[in-house]
Design a protein around this ligand. Structure first.
Ligand code: DLL
Length: 438
């Protein structure tokens, strides 16, 4: 939007795989896939059992399309193997552990060898550079540090790129603001909703977020929309790019977005083979068709992960800025976050998309599901913008209800609340409050 990167991100000489052709990438994928599957079969009992039960053997993988013969893995496999049952190396070779909190059931634990950590840092750095972050810049990292892969993953990526990292972690918003003003970072790494929280808090302190030193935001870890990109870019006068990843497959950096094209995350296909499947019958779909993203890690040593069902809903498209690597369409949501409202499927991102087109409404909203009289009901609680009150706020509410009805086909109750009333995000924001079982 505002800044031109000092050098073209596509031309880093130390990263030859980035500019490989599609054919070269696919040849490399086949070679890496063969050795990964053979290694997983030899070293991880779970893979051996699954493949034996399905009647497939690593030798059956002769071309890339043969991957479809192999069974999927999912979060349940990791849970059942808790904590280290799917690791393929002795513990002494595991250099780091991360875990996802697991809102339901046990945490899922993941591990990295030294080589895995180096690959991760390299791919994360590739994302940051693609998104316009330059070596020598100061980078404010507000992803949470700890077992979550966001903080340390983004940290290593920024260090690998040769930036000066400010390891702020998530939360303590007032302190974030002080450090952003005093240290004058060029880039910020955090979730999109947390950047919104920071901008909002700045305004409340009388600081215009557009006057900070920030030029670029690399934002991910939760679904967000093009409308939110515009909101944040205008709020801070920055370029905002997406970054995707998940702990089971690596962490942040599985895919990243080019500042030059801003057209979705390129999956780094020298290290990951993506597929899109039908979430219901699990058949592999053609590029361009919407479905569930399935990822295979091609180089991971400590935790080989083959055909992992992410539950993230997306599409695959030909690469643009990096033609050898395919691009993901924006994630509309997770299949397990889908609200089924009287037969209509709905994702929070759809509400975000629509709400941000209504004058006078802010991006701060919550969805509340209830079941009075055995009928599901959705209420959208959304903050008005400061300048929109009284009759204008009532009109905005009616407008939002009408646009949701027209765009999604569901009727819902709209409750416009005062600015600052709803809880603010400090990381991944929980948009849906399901009160149906209470
Ligand atoms: O959220 C890793 C990450 C950290 C990615 C920082 C980007 C930045 P998990 O906690 O395991 O890992 O959660 C992974 O978050 O399956 C998606 O549902 C969601 N997610 C991650 N990035 C995006 C994104 C990290 N760019 C889960 N857009 C994934 C939409 C995202 N959803």
């Amino acid at each position: 939007m505002t800044t031109a990167p000092a050098s073209t991100p596509a031309t880093s000489p130390s990263d030859p795989e980035l500019t490989m052709s599609r054919d070269q990438i696919e040849a490399l994928q086949l070679e890496r896939l063969r050795s990964t599957i053979a290694r997983a079969y030899a070293r991880v009992p779970l893979y051996r059992e699954k493949y034996d039960a399905a009647g497939v053997h690593p030798d059956d993988l002769r071309e890339l399309s043969d991957l479809a013969k192999f069974p999927f893995t999912d979060k349940e496999d990791l849970r059942r193997s808790y904590p280290f049952g799917m690791f393929a190396v002795p513990q002494q070779e595991v250099a780091r552990i991360h875990a996802s909190s697991g809102t339901t059931g046990r945490a899922t634990v993941v591990g990295y060898t030294r080589q895995d950590l180096d690959d991760w840092a390299k791919l994360g750095a590739r994302c940051l550079h693609a998104s316009g972050v330059q070596p020598g810049w100061k980078v404010h990292n507000a992803y949470g540090y700890g077992l979550f892969t966001g903080g340390l993953g983004a940290h290593d990526a920024a260090e690998h790129l040769g930036t000066t990292v400010i390891p702020m972690s998530g939360g303590q918003t007032d302190k974030q603001i002080t450090l952003i003003r005093d240290f004058a970072p060029d880039a910020i790494l955090c979730t999109p909703t947390y950047l919104l929280t920071i901008g909002d808090a700045m305004r409340r302190q009388g600081i215009d977020p557009r006057t900070t030193s920030l030029k670029v935001g690399v934002l991910g870890a939760e679904p967000w929309t093009e409308e939110m990109r515009t909101e944040l870019e205008e709020m801070f006068d920055i370029d905002a790019c997406d970054i995707y990843g998940l702990s089971e497959v690596m962490g942040p950096g599985v895919a990243g977005e080019s500042i030059l094209t801003k057209d979705g995350n390129h999956v780094w296909e020298d290290h990951f083979r993506p597929e899109i499947i039908d979430p219901f019958d699990a058949g592999v779909l053609a590029d361009g068709e919407p479905g569930e993203l399935v990822l295979t890690a091609l180089t991971k040593q400590a935790l080989p992960i083959i055909r992992y069902r992410t539950h993230d809903l997306s599409t695959l498209h030909p690469g643009s800025a990096y033609p050898g690597h395919r691009r993901m369409g924006r994630i509309s949501g997770r299949s397990d976050d889908m609200i089924i409202l009287r037969g209509v499927n709905l994702f929070p991102t759809q509400i975000e998309e629509i709400a941000l087109t209504v004058d006078g409404l802010s991006p701060h909203f919550q969805l509340e599901l209830t079941r009075p009289d055995r009928m599901d009901q959705l209420a959208v609680r959304i903050e008005r913008r400061e300048e929109c009150s009284g009759e204008r706020a009532r009109e905005a509410a009616a407008e939002l209800g009408a646009r949701i009805k027209k765009g999604i086909g569901s009727s819902c109750r709209i409750e416009v609340v005062d600015p600052g009333v709803l809880p603010r995000s400090v990381g991944k924001l929980k948009r849906i409050h399901d009160l149906r079982g209470l």
